[in-house]
Design a protein around this ligand. Structure first.
Ligand code: PBG
Length: 333
């Protein structure tokens, strides 16, 4: 590619194509579409529940019946898939997070309700123990350490249970070593060859998950931080190694998380591997845009669309976002 223009000003005027709306549309290099969006939704037990999440204005904890209604709305707007996350009350959490293995837990019941109401929509399940543990960690805590291999064994069972409930994409967000290969083998052994794995491959130990932890009820319970398993925000090469490993273990797609502060990682992953690359616009990114817009400090809709388009420009094939429904409404209009 020749980046150095042959013509020079005044023959060359880069403003010329920007002058009219039709021309700006025609010259656009990337395009955001509803087909790029995975809608992140938070679940809560009950019926008819739509409980606002204080730190995420516009996000509600939905009971399975409400989630099913939301799924129909999303499908009708052309959103291909939903990513589900369960709120668990502190009283229902245990040290071993065993509720993760209950085939009738909130995630599984919601999956069945959604599949009954909107069979054509893709369903992605978060795999990790943090919604179910009383210490808020993604794995088993033994003598102050998040133990890797014992955790992986449980995550495999959790994945199979979720696949049995109808989830199409298993998305391990725990960052244990070796979990993608183990989950792939476990799914295959259970007859789930067609269930996908989207690996949270480059997941950073980030402050931007704050509002999410409130949303799923982990905020008060999390002991310490997740730096012994999530990545150091300082690192780039390490993200490439994580992605390479997860692809080699059989991941169908990989994810970078968070999104906006890590666009360089998105770009590099897409360029180096050419694999299906997704990005998670996490709760803190959502909350920042919402809070500033509620204060009148920025135009919330424009900032939302611009932030989503930035992921496409960086090379992402798709975006997991709490904005999916709002964005789809605008993209459709
Ligand atoms: C945990 C998990 C997290 C998110 C998805 N799965 C947070 C964490 O690692 O503590 C973050 C989602 C968000 O912030 O929107 N397994």
């Amino acid at each position: 590619m020749n980046r150095h223009p042959l013509a020079r000003f005044p023959a060359l005027r880069l403003r010329r194509p920007r002058l009219a709306g039709w021309s700006r549309r025609l010259f656009a290099e990337t395009r955001l579409s509803t087909h790029d969006l995975i809608w992140a939704i938070v679940l809560k037990d009950g019926e008819g529940v739509r409980e606002p999440v204080a730190s995420m204005p516009g996000v509600f904890r939905l009971s399975p019946d409400e989630a099913a209604k939301a799924a129909v709305e999303a499908r009708d707007l052309g959103i291909p898939a939903l990513a589900l996350f369960p709120y668990t009350d502190a009283s229902a959490r245990t040290t071993d997070g065993v509720e993760a293995l209950n085939p009738d837990n909130l995630m599984c019941r919601a999956a069945r309700a959604i599949k009954a109401a909107a069979p054509g929509i893709g369903l992605m399940a978060d795999v990790a123990l943090d919604p179910y543990t009383d210490h808020g960690h993604d794995g088993l805590l033994k003598d102050g350490e998040i133990v890797n291999d014992d955790t992986v064994r449980i995550l495999v069972q959790q994945s199979v249970i979720q696949a049995n409930a109808g989830f199409d994409i298993i998305a391990p967000s725990d960052m244990m070593d070796g979990r993608v290969g183990a989950i792939r083998a476990g799914l295959d052994a259970a007859g789930h060859q067609n269930v996908q794995i989207m690996a949270y491959a480059a997941k950073y130990a980030s402050a931007f998950y704050g509002p999410y932890r409130e949303a799923i009820g982990s905020a008060g319970v999390l002991k310490g931080d997740k730096r012994t398993y999530q990545m150091d925000p300082a690192n780039t090469d390490e993200a490439m190694r994580e992605v390479a490993l997860d692809l080699a273990e059989g991941a169908d797609s990989v994810m970078v998380k968070p999104g906006m502060p890590y666009l360089d990682i998105v770009r590099r992953v897409k360029a180096e591997f050419g694999a299906p690359t997704f990005v998670f616009q996490v709760s803190g990114e959502y909350a920042m845009i919402k809070a500033a817009s509620q204060n009148g400090w920025l135009d919330g809709e424009k900032a939302m669309i611009e932030s989503l388009a930035a992921f496409k420009r960086a090379g992402a094939d798709g975006i997991i976002t709490y904005f999916a429904l709002d964005a789809a409404r605008i993209l459709h209009a």
